[in-house]
Unconditional design. Structure first.
Length: 254
């Protein structure tokens, strides 16, 4: 059912953005038939990604998912910039001479945000360091270093090579404990088997601990296989453990 809602939302975003784009003076020069044909192809791309590419494997499935999700993200960011402008201008009824120009700038801003988001998504993650004070922590644990990773989403778009680089990045920090905070696997499409060797390279003296995210709990067969294939990860499910005297880890029920 979630997939149906996502397809409907995607099509609505596409229709709205193309409708507003067709009102811009420069885009009005495009002949109607090619514009409608391009719109239809974009709509088919969004639908085929969810119906065909979502659970597919291989390079063509990865390419389809990458293009479609990038398109969907771009539509969302353009909508975020464009819709407030339409509301304030009464969809062009107020300040009609300026409304089209402002709408053009809003669409350009959305596209620039999409480029920035794509750059941020493709670059290696940046390590952010926090110093946390815990009252009552035993003196022996003062200075303990925890490395927390969240939402790796290993799957069709993020391959074993990317994971290997992240494992090296984490191990270079020499953490005392490693925490995987959910959504390790995307949960659909590719089998988790190619990633298990990389995950097994994660090591810390106080262990590697994990909790399940929504992709592990509500994903498809790949997510279920991932859960069965992680004996080297201690996954906490509604429990409290004490990896070191005076240091507790707790997981809440999902």
């Amino acid at each position: 059912m979630y997939g149906v809602y996502l397809i409907l939302a995607s099509i609505l975003l596409l229709v709205y953005v193309l409708w507003r784009a067709s009102s811009l003076p420069r885009l009005r020069r495009i002949p109607r038939r090619p514009f409608l044909l391009a719109s239809l192809l974009l709509g088919l791309l969004l639908v085929s990604w969810r119906l065909l590419g979502h659970d597919s494997v291989g390079s063509w499935g990865a390419l389809l998912e990458f293009i479609s999700t990038t398109l969907l993200g771009t539509l969302f960011l353009v909508f975020t910039c464009l819709f407030p402008v339409d509301l304030l201008s009464g969809f062009g009824r107020f300040w009609p001479r300026r409304a089209a120009q402002i709408r053009s700038w809003a669409m350009l801003a959305g596209c620039l945000l999409a480029l920035l988001a794509l750059f941020q998504g493709l670059r290696p993650p940046v390590v952010v360091r926090y110093q946390v004070r815990l009252p009552g922590l035993p003196p022996a644990l003062d200075g303990i270093k925890l490395a927390a990773l969240s939402d790796l989403h290993l799957g069709t778009l993020i391959g074993p090579g990317w994971l290997q680089a992240r494992v090296e990045q984490v191990q270079a920090l020499r953490p005392d404990m490693i925490l995987l905070l959910g959504d390790v696997f995307e949960g659909h499409g590719a089998s988790p088997a190619p990633y298990l060797a990389g995950l097994r390279r994660l090591s810390a003296r106080l262990g590697v601990w994990a909790v399940e995210g929504n992709h592990e709990m509500h994903g498809g067969p790949a997510a279920a296989a991932a859960r069965r294939s992680e004996p080297f990860l201690r996954t906490l499910r509604n429990e409290v453990v004490e990896p070191a005297p005076g240091l507790f880890l707790a997981s809440l029920p999902a």
